[in-house]
Design a protein around this ligand. Structure first.
Ligand SMILES: Cc1cc2nc3c(=O)[nH]c(=O)nc-3n(C[C@H](O)[C@H](O)[C@H](O)COP(=O)(O)OP(=O)(O)OC[C@H]3O[C@@H](n4cnc5c(N)ncnc54)[C@H](O)[C@@H]3O)c2cc1C
Ligand SMILES: *[C@@H]1O[C@H](CO)[C@@H](O)[C@H](O)[C@H]1NC(C)=O
Ligand SMILES: *[C@@H]1O[C@H](CO)[C@@H](O)[C@H](O)[C@H]1NC(C)=O
Ligand SMILES: *[C@@H]1O[C@H](CO)[C@@H](O)[C@H](O)[C@H]1NC(C)=O
Length: 616
């Protein structure tokens, strides 16, 4: 049975069937004995040694590491609920966005980017135990050695590559056999790293194409970051390995660790006279509570919520706080500033033919071909097949634009999808990116369900910087997000170069074997430009602007001389005692790669800094 097209009803039907199948046949995924349970409000203590605000990529690591000491009591407060079973399935990755697991942030309207997305970019963030590691695309990428060396040069002692590499390795359990003995990888840690269990046939040709345009196939987390690779994923047995699965499930029986879900922290409780943080105020199931911290509060709310929580507590630019009716306690001008994200050009689609020998599934990912009885059974019974695939990012590359003067520090990343926006019938990609229907109908409908691959080029070290400010002083309101994509014209130039390298990739002999061609129906707003010209690509980037979901930097770390540094190099919030921020928001400069593994690293190191402070 193969569907000619997929509709929303088929997806729902299939997901329900899959869910029932899971309940019956996959106790390994249900993992009933180990899943995190919510601790009821009335059983919480009045005071803990440490309170962690937010159980995301960073918070789960810290909760584990601090509760290693049985003398310390640790409370983890997470606004979201339990990790659902379906989120573990790689193929379902895009369906998690805009669901109840998502905070559903959106950037403020812009008239220079996201033009065919109503001027707004969807910024999903996990609202669930495990945070954005439950929603993310599972790519395991660390960035470049020079990123961390630059952090150190900015005055952050202890954050050079040589300093942080041991922390990357500490958390890692590398399962890819060729890499287990690499000096760059660790084994035996909590976070499992694997290859994708199902890979499309087209991937090998794309790697060959990469070689033809001059790039090696290599471990992009190893000696050299330049080149192409098949995805290394935060996966365990082919399924998502969130930080909740990795770091919390194994320690959930520790008596000194309490995990309270559905607990939305509104603000920190601060003694204004001594400038000491003494606890937090949160709301759970409609009830407000204050719980005190004897030693420290650690804010791990992520790059959007952490600055919001600080500002609501009176820590931030005082003029802005006063304007929103908040009495300032510490003037910290950098809170919410220095927002950096990886932005990409969407829609660079190449059509190809699947050889007859590869029918019926074909060489790429055309979703209706996946929704079959065979795929279903192979997933449930033999733990293999297309349900383990991650079409959106089967391959990763780091390449150099002509503007880059240090080829060892690439300035462009490619996320390579083995399908196109056309191959899911508009159900996933169109929806998550908010691409308007007219554009979809014009550009992608004519090639519905045709084999395609997509190269998504992103700028690794953008020069444009954005900002997060409060909408108002209500903790349930979303802050205002201004990413300022392309404010600096340099950023779009890099994306144009990325598109050209992608085009060259499609013109190789390796890709010609598949009759690869550029899908050349332009966005209607771009049709006056010559196809493949710089103006054409710029137009496309502005009309289909894609976040790679890496906002960082809004509570940046820096030395005392830097007045916009919110935390010091030990991640302590300046101007207050007993408060740290530990999550992606502390990055002073965005790293050249995906941000989950670096956030886990920051948390590993942060936990050690806390232990040192309290003389464990
Ligand atoms: C769709 C998507 C795809 C991505 N793909 C990748 C990828 O493939 N590879 C990669 O490396 N990175 C990827 N990322 C980025 C990566 O997942 C994030 O950088 C990382 O998870 C950030 O970790 P964090 O700890 O800073 O924040 P989060 O993981 O977002 O954790 C913050 C936690 O705090 C909780 N919280 C917030 N406010 C409060 C409050 N007031 N009270 C209580 N709890 C609160 C949240 O609910 C959440 O659980 C992706 C992200 C997204 C959204
Ligand atoms: C905290 O104290 C300062 C003076 O040290 C004062 O200006 C400020 O208004 C106080 N803030 C609050 C929230 O009480
Ligand atoms: C490519 O096109 C040619 C000519 O139309 C055709 O004979 C060949 O089978 C195609 N290749 C594939 C892989 O389908
Ligand atoms: C693409 O290939 C052409 C022909 O080989 C070459 O001249 C050009 O520099 C390449 N473009 C990029 C951006 O690498």
């Amino acid at each position: 049975m193969i569907f000619a097209e997929i509709t929303y009803n088929i997806i729902v039907f299939y997901a329900v069937a899959l869910y029932i199948g899971l309940l019956l046949c996959r106790p390994d995924i249900l993992d009933r004995a180990n899943r995190i349970e919510d601790r009821p409000l009335f059983t919480l203590y009045k005071e803990y040694d440490f309170i962690i605000v937010g159980g995301g990529s960073a918070g789960c690591v810290i909760a584990n590491r601090l509760s290693e000491n049985p003398q310390w009591t640790v409370l983890l407060l997470e606004a979201g609920g339990e990790e659902p079973v379906l989120s573990e399935i790689p193929l379902l990755y895009p369906t998690l966005q805009l669901s109840s697991l998502d905070w559903k942030f959106q950037t403020e309207f812009s008239s220079t980017f996201c033009l065919n997305q109503n001027g707004r970019s969807n910024w999903p963030r996990g609202k669930v135990i495990g945070g954005s590691s439950v929603l993310n695309a599972m790519l395991y990428i660390r960035g470049n050695r020079r990123d961390y060396d630059r952090w150190e040069k900015l005055g952050n002692e202890g954050w050079s590559y040589d300093d942080v590499l041991p922390y990357f390795k500490k958390s890692e359990d590398m399962k890819i056999p060729e890499l287990q003995n690499s000096p760059y990888h660790g084994t035996g840690g909590y976070l499992t790293v694997e290859s994708l269990r199902y890979q499309s046939k087209i991937t090998d040709s794309i790697l060959n194409a990469g070689k033809e345009v001059g790039y090696d196939v290599t471990d992009l987390n190893g000696e050299s970051q330049c080149g192409f690779t098949k995805t290394q994923g935060t996966l365990r047995d082919g399924l998502r390995c969130s930080t909740a699965k990795a770091f919390l499930r194994p320690v959930k029986t520790r008596k000194n660790l309490h995990i309270s879900l559905y607990s939305n922290v509104f603000k920190l409780i601060i003694n204004n006279r001594t400038k000491t943080v003494v606890g937090v105020q949160f709301q759970k199931l409609g009830l407000k509570r204050i719980i005190r911290a004897r030693k420290e509060v650690i804010v791990c709310g992520g790059s959007i919520k952490s600055p919001q929580i600080l500002m609501l507590s009176g820590i931030g630019p005082s003029d802005h706080l006063l304007e929103k009716g908040i009495e300032p306690i510490v003037h910290s001008p950098g809170v919410g500033k220095n927002l950096q994200d990886h932005v990409a050009m969407g829609g660079i689609t190449f059509l190809f033919d699947s050889p007859l020998s590869m029918k019926p599934i074909g060489a790429g990912v055309v979703l209706p071909r996946f929704f079959t009885w065979y795929t279903f059974i192979s997933f449930l019974k033999s733990h293999e097949g297309p349900i383990y695939s991650l079409p959106f990012c089967e391959l990763i590359a780091f390449v150099n634009s002509k503007y880059n003067d240090n080829p060892a520090w690439p300035d462009i990343q490619f996320i390579i999808a083995t399908g196109g926006d056309n191959d899911d019938g508009g159900l996933f990609n169109r929806r998550t990116h908010g691409l308007n229907k007219e554009t979809f109908d014009r550009v992608f409908k004519p090639i519905l369900y045709k084999d395609a691959f997509t190269v998504v080029p992103l700028i690794l070290r953008p020069k444009s910087v954005g900002r997060i400010i409060l909408r108002n002083k209500n903790p349930l309101s979303q802050p205002l997000i201004y990413p300022n994509y392309f404010d600096n014209p340099y950023d779009i130039k890099i994306l144009i170069e990325g598109a050209k390298i992608a085009y060259n990739l499609s013109q190789t002999n390796a890709m010609k074997l598949y009759n690869t061609t550029l899908h050349a129906i332009p966005f209607s707003e771009c049709e006056d430009y010559e196809i493949l010209s710089d103006e054409y690509w710029e137009c496309q980037a502005r009309h289909y602007t894609v976040t790679i979901y890496h906002p960082v930097g809004t509570c940046k770390m820096g030395p005392d001389e830097d007045e916009e540094a919110v935390v010091d190099p030990t991640l302590r919030v300046r101007g207050l005692s007993n408060l740290r921020v530990i999550d992606a928001s502390v990055m002073p400069k965005i790293i050249s790669g995906n941000t989950n593994a670096p956030t886990v690293m920051i948390a590993e190191k942060g936990a050690d800094l806390i232990k040192k402070r309290w003389f464990e």
